[in-house]
Design a protein around this ligand. Sequence first.
Ligand code: ATP
Ligand code: MG
Length: 414
Amino acid sequence: MQNFGTIQRMDIAPSEYKLEPKVYEKSAHTIDSSLIDSDALFVVQQLQRAGFKAYIVGGSVRDLLLGHKPKDYDISTSALPEEIKPLFHHCILIGRRFRLAHVRFGRKIIEVSTFRMGDNQDDTLILRDNDWGNEEEDVIRRDFTINGLFYNPANETIIDYVEGLQDIKLGILRTIGHAHIRFKQDPVRMIRLLKFRARFGLNVDKESIKALFDCREEILKSSPARVLEEVLRMLESGSSLRFFKLLAEHGVLQILAPKLSELFEHKVQGEIFDYLAAIDEKRELCRSFLLSALLFPILREHIHVLTAGKESHFPHLGQIQDEAFFIIHDTFGPFLKIPKKIASSVVSILTSQFRFTPLEKKKRIRYRIPNVPDFQIALDFLSLRALIEPGLEKLHEEWLYYWNKHQKWKTKSR
Ligand code: ATP
Ligand code: MG
């Protein structure tokens, strides 16, 4: 077996968690409160002023301690959803499986959830998660110790029930409670384990790794939409290559997306890795662009096989479009389903690539801007290709020239 950077550590059963938390004063941790989003601080303040308990929790505390800028903030409170809503101008209550409040500040959303409890001893699949609880219970139902810390901005303390701060300092990823039970309760946690390992390079404790190998088949019991959301977030994360490699190495990819796993063993693997590495260097790319990066080498190889030995009768763009639809479903299916809107955009981006670089090499390129959706994204994608395939820069420049001209003409004729 390969070395996955596991680490031996004493397991702590949930019942053994101390109900007396460790409280770390400002001098004992590295969170700089001036770096915290002012709207998140405002939400905590409002809740505390109204007499409720409220903390910044989860991923945002972890990110701040690891020296990363949190991309969003989660707040946990003793207030019930109905008590949260009247405290803010723009607040809506959402979710069925997991009811929470969204407080809006322009386009920014701060998620506020009521403390809830979960049964850490019961290994049946969780279908709903709305049993309100207290502060301790709210920590213990969370997934990993590094995600189980509360931060109180009022006095700048960290409240730690699960030795999470110690694990962050030691670089250990460890489930809260028994890993086998926690993964069976919610198999998405296994994907999250690999996500945090990929993003932060943490070592995984021995029991969690064993549980991952034992429970990985369970992943098919979870909601495909939740798994897809984690996969898409990882494409956005800057660590997508490491994440997909980890999924493959731990045999999770084979269960989740068997065709993609097969392609990871195929000669196209190198090209897929190049594309993932290229998107990891970029920021703020839309999801259809990111999926296109993963799928482009696969579609090209597929078409290459279809047209092998042909000197003429290359598929036209309409046929390529159909093949692109097929590839999306074949690569991710049958478990993961790409929503129609994103799939259509991906198909458009991928098909346009064969307009830029036609299969028929002798064909003269006509720089006519077509009336197809997402053409500008397709053009940006050509610039990503140029990073991997030298020689395409010139082509990208040409198309960009005609695209800009076309845009000017469109504005004038309005
Ligand atoms: P990201 O940086 O991708 O947002 P995150 O850890 O913040 O990672 P979220 O989905 O935003 O992930 O969840 C916020 C917090 O909720 C987590 O830090 C964790 O404490 C808890 N949580 C999320 N998913 C689960 C889960 N499947 N089981 C238990 N706790 C969870
Ligand atoms: Mg988060």
